[in-house]
Design a protein around this ligand. Structure first.
Ligand code: AMP
Length: 392
């Protein structure tokens, strides 16, 4: 089982990657603006050559057809689909009617994501009816959380009848980087790890002996940290306040919390950390405040996550901000003064784009681990496809 195609379908975009078994080569691409006149597909080929092609008004299926025609020469042997919400499913699943039905039913919990995944799954099933296809869920890694971590303090029937509970997201990333860090530290999937996945969406996770025991996102990916455009935690009475005093309806409030808040909302400038760091350096107060809120809330969340761990082996940074910003890593570590972390300035400054340990050797370890969600999805897909190819 060598070549695996990984597909991540959004509402108007599709990311795809073909991973070869030795993992050294990867063909990646993106189809975007689907359904509009500006729809196009672009990517990088195996020779690292760039390609780009307009596909006016193409839908998901047409874009997938173009992508797969480009890739069929490599004969993918299985397809892995990233699926954001799997409800209480605990591991990746071979796609069949029942799994498709479950993803559809879970759409109420991820209305922007799950319906788009279904479009991608149905299109690839039509195009490749004979290939095994696997759904890998962002939520699955967190299904090991104990009930005290995943239940809200709400009436029981909201959980039992409607599934209102904390699910957590970014599970593929948290699983991958915690496994890598513990392996590099000498004990694969052992010990207690605090993970900070910091990108446009951000979340923390506590991992004990390779299993998620708590995480900052909840029923939806809005709970928890201050993110690029998402507010993270707010007082639940905010809805009532805005409805009564500003006359806002649920849709308006949801848009504000998901798209107009976080770093963008506080700074009034950008959701991109690079822009904010530069603006703060040039004396922009609101940009500096946005960074301060981001760092302080992140440190508070990591401190809270530590309650789920009997001991702390280390802290892991990943995601666009976690992997690339030495400045943010340093500020976060400084904001956690009670855990014995000590950062090595020189290592921290040279961490960009590679797996590296950045502590001074005393106290818990600190690692930067570039995440590889596609690699992890391909790995899980390969395992399941192998099982059906070689039944016990
Ligand atoms: P992701 O969602 O993981 O792709 O992360 C995207 C975010 O990473 C961008 O919005 C930037 O804010 C952030 N980012 C990327 N490079 C840097 C950098 N050098 N310094 C600070 N933030 C960065």
């Amino acid at each position: 089982m060598s070549n695996i195609l990984v597909i991540n379908c959004g509402s108007s975009s599709i990311k795809f990657a073909l991973l070869l078994e030795d993992q050294h080569f990867r063909i990646q691409g993106l189809a975007e603006n689907l359904g509009t006149a500006e729809a196009r597909i672009k990517g990088v080929t195996i020779g690292e050559e760039k390609f780009e092609m307009p596909l006016p008004h193409a839908d998901h299926k047409q874009a997938l057809e173009v992508a797969l025609t480009r890739l069929k020469h490599y004969k993918p042997e299985a397809i892995g689909h990233r699926v954001v919400h799997g409800g209480e499913i605990t591991e990746a699943q071979l796609i069949n009617d029942e799994v498709i039905q479950h993803i559809k039913q879970t759409s109420a919990l991820a209305p922007l994501h799950n319906p788009a995944h279904i479009v991608g799954i149905e299109a690839t099933l039509e195009l490749f009816p004979d290939l095994p296809q696997v759904a890998v869920f962002d939520t699955a890694f967190h299904q090991s959380m104990p009930e005290k971590a995943y239940r809200y303090a709400l009436p029981k029937n909201l959980y039992t009848d409607y599934g209102v509970r904390r699910y957590g997201f970014h599970g593929t990333s948290h699983a991958y980087v915690s496994e890598r860090a513990s392996t590099l530290a000498g004990q694969k999937n052992q010990g207690g790890w605090l993970v900070a996945h910091l990108g446009n969406g951000s979340s923390t996770c506590a991992v004990w002996n390779g299993k998620s025991v708590d995480t900052s996102m909840g029923l939806t990916p809005l709970e928890g940290l201050c993110m690029g455009t998402r507010s993270g935690d707010v007082d639940p009475s905010l809805h009532q306040f805005l409805a009564k005093n500003l006359g806002w309806d649920l849709e308006r409030i949801d848009k504000m919390l998901n798209r107009e808040s976080g770093l963008l909302g506080i700074s009034g400038l950008s959701n991109d950390m690079r822009t904010l760091v530069e603006a703060a350096d040039n004396g922009n107060h609101d940009a500096a405040l946005a960074i301060e809120v981001f760092v302080y809330r992140l440190a508070k969340s990591l401190a809270a996550m530590s309650c789920g761990l009997p001991e702390i082996s280390g802290l892991i940074f990943t995601g666009g901000i976690g992997e690339n910003s030495a400045y943010i890593r340093e500020r976060v570590v400084k904001s956690l003064p009670h855990f014995g972390f000590s950062i090595d300035q020189n290592q921290n400054d040279h961490a960009r784009g590679k797996e590296i340990r950045i502590d001074q050797g005393q106290g818990p370890q600190i690692w930067v681990i570039p995440t590889d969600e596609e690699g992890r999805i391909a790995h899980e897909t390969r395992e399941i496809a192998l099982k059906i190819a070689e039944p016990a």
